[in-house]
Design a protein around this ligand. Structure first.
Ligand code: AMP
Ligand code: MN
Ligand code: MN
Length: 320
């Protein structure tokens, strides 16, 4: 639930601002880009000068979103309001805000949000930051155009992996229906956001699938820099492979290790079991996330990180 006074204070700050900087997290997902574009374009439509910044740009799989070509990697000087979306902690934004001494507004749905801004609009019951924005934009006096409706709906679809995570709620579908009515093309967005794959992504996933391992209720695999090169995959993410392996029958917990460079590994955890909280394991490694989906960036070789994380996950979750 959002505090009405905080929403009103934010509305006033937005009304007074001329030049707004909106940022989201590194390695952005559909909710990060959807939130950035929805809020950024709603502010533009209200006549503000807006910079939309994502340190890692826009993954090619999300470039179907209208307006995404406006997103920049770095801010330019000259803004009077700074808003961060979908980021639990300030360091998740990357280095782009290093020179900024005050973050005005933080809009997010992560339960471990560190409340780093002057005004924190955090609702951990929301399935996505765009779900929060679907109510906040009208409360701020901003209009939801068909383009903005599409950005908002995309964040809801991607963070719920197509309306099927266990935090789903009838209200999410009612809000999705509202956005559909406002002009978001649900069938096309659904396809683009969760089903569509490039040939390269399919080959990259195949490299990971061919190395799948299992121990107790844990299933995991790795994606190396070499796999990425072989498949000619342009991203440095897992092409959503972790969500595919977490659907495997015998997996209580799915894990993926994505080599970023020879000494840095991105780890993602997923669980479909309501009794398991994978964010506890991610926190052990300085990461974070939600009960059912968590991640961390870990220093070390692929082999060392893999051995250590598999062992720790086994011990913390399966007590073995
Ligand atoms: P991912 O595995 O990257 O898809 O992320 C799953 C969830 O964990 C998301 O909600 C992220 O916000 C969170 N997460 C991922 N990486 C990190 C990190 N390095 N630090 C904190 N939270 C993270
Ligand atoms: Mn996100
Ligand atoms: Mn999110």
């Amino acid at each position: 639930m959002m505090n009405k006074d905080l929403v009103e204070q934010t509305r006033q700050k937005i009304e007074q601002a001329q030049r707004v900087l909106v940022c989201s997290h590194t390695r952005p997902d559909g909710d990060a880009i959807g939130s950035l574009l929805a809020l950024g374009q709603a502010l533009q439509d209200a006549g503000k000068y807006v910079q939309m910044v994502s340190e890692d740009g826009v993954p090619s799989a999300l470039r179907f979103l209208p307006g995404s070509e406006q997103i920049r990697n770095h801010p330019e000087d000259g803004f009077d309001l700074v808003i961060v979306v979908d980021s639990s902690k300030l360091d998740r934004v990357g280095a782009v805000l290093d020179e900024v001494d005050q973050i005005d507004i933080n809009i997010d749905h992560h339960p471990d949000n560190s409340q780093f801004a002057q005004i924190n609009l955090v609702d951990a019951a929301a399935v996505s930051t765009t779900q929060i924005l679907t109510r906040l934009l009208p409360a701020f006096g901003l209009e939801i155009s068909p383009v903005i409706a599409a950005d908002l709906l995309t964040g809801m679809i991607t963070d719920t992996i197509g309306f099927k995570t266990d935090n789903m709620h009838p209200e999410v579908l009612r809000m999705a229906a509202e956005l559909y009515e406002l002009g978001a093309d649900l069938p096309t967005l659904y396809h683009n956001a969760v089903a569509a794959k490039t040939f390269e992504a399919a080959r990259y996933m195949g490299e990971g699938l061919s190395q799948l391992k299992r121990q107790n209720g844990l299933i995991w695999t790795v994606l190396t820099l070499e796999n990425r090169k072989n498949a000619k995959y342009p991203g440095r993410d897992d092409a959503d492979l972790v969500n595919i392996i977490s659907a495997i029958d015998s997996a209580d917990v799915a894990l993926i290790f994505v080599e970023q460079n020879p000494n840095q590994i991105k780890v993602s955890w997923r669980t479909r079991s309501l009794e398991i909280d994978v964010s506890k394991v991610a926190h052990q490694y300085g990461g974070g996330g939600h009960r059912a989906a968590a991640g961390a960036m870990i220093e070390g070789s692929l082999q060392d990180v893999q051995a250590d994380v598999v062992q720790t996950t086994q011990r913390m979750i399966f007590k073995k």
